[in-house]
Design a protein around this ligand. Structure first.
Ligand SMILES: Nc1ncnc2c1ncn2[C@@H]1O[C@H](COP(=O)(O)OP(=O)(O)O)[C@@H](O)[C@H]1O
Ligand SMILES: [Mg+2]
Length: 248
């Protein structure tokens, strides 16, 4: 049985078919990369999985139960954590306090004591490489560090599945390598990952499978190296003329 199963999910906004019948599964322990041109429906897909949007049609199953239409906090408590493309921490708090909020409010069962939440924060801040900056006010963090903080806040909720929306956008080569290490550490800690990423090096570097969305539909799915060589994918990104030129 797969951990997450997306079946024929569709979502419209006015006249736009943001998602038009998307189907795929995520196995426990997998890292699935989702790529596709701007406007392809990638963020909408994460929003449907995490409950921010209710799909118009189709089903989303978490293990044996349908989670379609559940409120975001309920989906989070089932063990699905996410980051947002636009980072929005609590500005007046430190890195550690921001992270502890995830541990305090995102968990199933009895609420943690504040001390326990802070300990949990310290643990996940080490995983994302922010341990030494845990007492910084968040406003002092650089862009890559703010993205790490987003991941830490999601991890503090102890997710079994983590959804990452372009957490490596705007990073330089060294920062991308560090972020790749972070993703591998998260996976090695037993968390299944679905990540949206424009940086192809990331997709090839950590994903076992890649899925290409285009106009709300799955264009190609398979091992990353094969997917990125696929003519349909090259066309979707660069236009048909480029793809033809490559074949000459
Ligand atoms: N809340 C919304 N209201 C109206 N249109 C939306 C909304 N969210 C997404 N869309 C539209 O749905 C399409 C897919 O957007 P999105 O999922 O953000 O794409 P991606 O993340 O792949 O760039 C776009 O045409 C976008 O304008
Ligand atoms: Mg997006």
């Amino acid at each position: 049985m797969s951990l997450l199963a997306i079946r024929d999910v569709s979502k419209r906004f006015g006249g736009v078919n943001a998602l038009a019948g998307v189907t795929f599964e995520v196995e426990q322990g997998d890292i699935l990369g989702i790529i596709g041109p701007n406007g392809a429906g990638k963020t909408t897909l994460l929003n449907c999985i995490s409950g921010l949007y209710r799909p118009d049609a189709g089903d989303i199953r978490w293990e044996t139960t349908s989670i379609r239409g559940l409120a975001p906090y309920r989906i989070a408590r089932l063990g699905i954590g996410r980051t947002f493309q636009i980072v929005r921490p609590f500005p007046s708090m430190t890195v550690r306090e921001n992270t502890a909020m995830g541990a305090l409010f995102g968990r199933p069962g009895a609420r943690l004591q504040p001390g326990a939440a802070l300990n949990e924060a310290d643990m996940v801040l080490d995983v994302v490489g922010l341990g030494e900056k845990r007492h910084y006010p968040v406003l002092r963090l650089t862009v890559p560090d703010r993205k790490r903080l987003e991941v830490a806040r999601a991890l503090a909720m102890r997710p079994r599945l983590l959804l990452l929306d372009e957490v490596m956008a705007g990073l330089n080569q060294v920062e991308i390598e560090q972020a790749l290490e972070m993703v591998r550490r998260v996976r090695d800690s037993g968390v299944t990952i679905v990540l949206i990423e424009h940086v192809m090096k990331v997709i090839v570097g950590v994903c076992r499978r890649a899925l290409v969305l285009n106009f709300g539909r799955t264009l190609v799915e398979g091992p990353p190296a094969e997917v990125l060589k696929d003519r349909r994918v090259i066309e979707a990104y660069l236009g048909q003329r480029y793809a033809r030129d490559q074949e000459k």
